[in-house]
Ligand binder design. Sequence first.
Ligand code: CU
Ligand code: CU
Length: 362
Amino acid sequence: MATVTRRRALAALAPVLGAGAATRLLGGNAAAQDHHAAAGATTGHHAASTNGHSPLQHAGFRQGARVDHERNGFHPSALVRDFDEGTTRRLASGRVLREWELVAQEKEIEVAPGVAFAAWTYNGRVPGPTLRAREGERLRISFRNASHHPHTIHFHGIHPAEMDGVPGVGAGLIEPGKSTVYEFDAAPFGLHLYHCHAAPLAAHITKGLYGAFLIDPKQGRPEADELVMVMNGFDTNFDRSNEVYAANSIPFAYMDEPITITRDELVRLYLVNVLEYDLINSFHIHGNFFHYFPTGSSLEPSEYTDTVVQCQGQRGIVEMRFPTIGKHMFHAHQSEFTELGWMGFFDVCEDRKAVCDLPMGP
Ligand code: CU
Ligand code: CU
């Protein structure tokens, strides 16, 4: 049987089913055959499962089946405002020591309704926790590998070579059951990321071993409603291309539950791209413009725009205010990514802490 690639399936389905409907192929027969064929030819991976419904039985993600966030153990609506500051104590020198514990563990997560993905995670979630520190602190990350494959944590930032989390340098690969400690100074301020650096790199990243790593400037940043989005995708049939795209893992999650924003309040979005297999990713906002701070390493924005492009590993800070209430769409400006899940809504209301979530219309 010829392999049905995601792109060919999308091309065939899109004109018939319309925008967004191609996502249904994930639960469809063609996709199921493709999963089995691809999984059978791939070693060292678990097959993705489907729920066996025909494509037309699904009303699409948005009106139909939902991912079981509870079973996944993380919810995109909580994750988007979840910053992990670890624990701190003062050293004799007066300096702050900030500590976290990260555990690599295998976990099956539902990445689209009825589609299970055998993920590799830090602390049971994808993306891993958003680690947040302040410029100049001493950082200590205890890493334990509770999975069946060797892994590392490679941090972006400035640190000694032996703390870099790559094979053959310092502690190198951390074998199953083993632990290590990464320790370095928080520098430079900005938005960074961390990810496993075991080979094959693409496999270790696409399986879910990554997260955002934020270093606040010493003087801080202006008060804002802060959000984090890690742009990612999943290759559910192991053909080295993604079947679903998202910010914070779950396709259409912010269509199902828009992110509530307060009118005129400063919104600061920490945006990271870790997407594997596709060369670029992007973020586009409707009905608004934003200031963009590449890598967050300057306090002066470089651009005033409504669209920004990031390669894998690139990241930046988006700052904007919404002058009018209502739903503002955001999505990748690669339409293909959009239709396979990477889209959502900001729901701008007078006061986000008051009730302002209106059910999505059809
Ligand atoms: Cu790994
Ligand atoms: Cu990297």
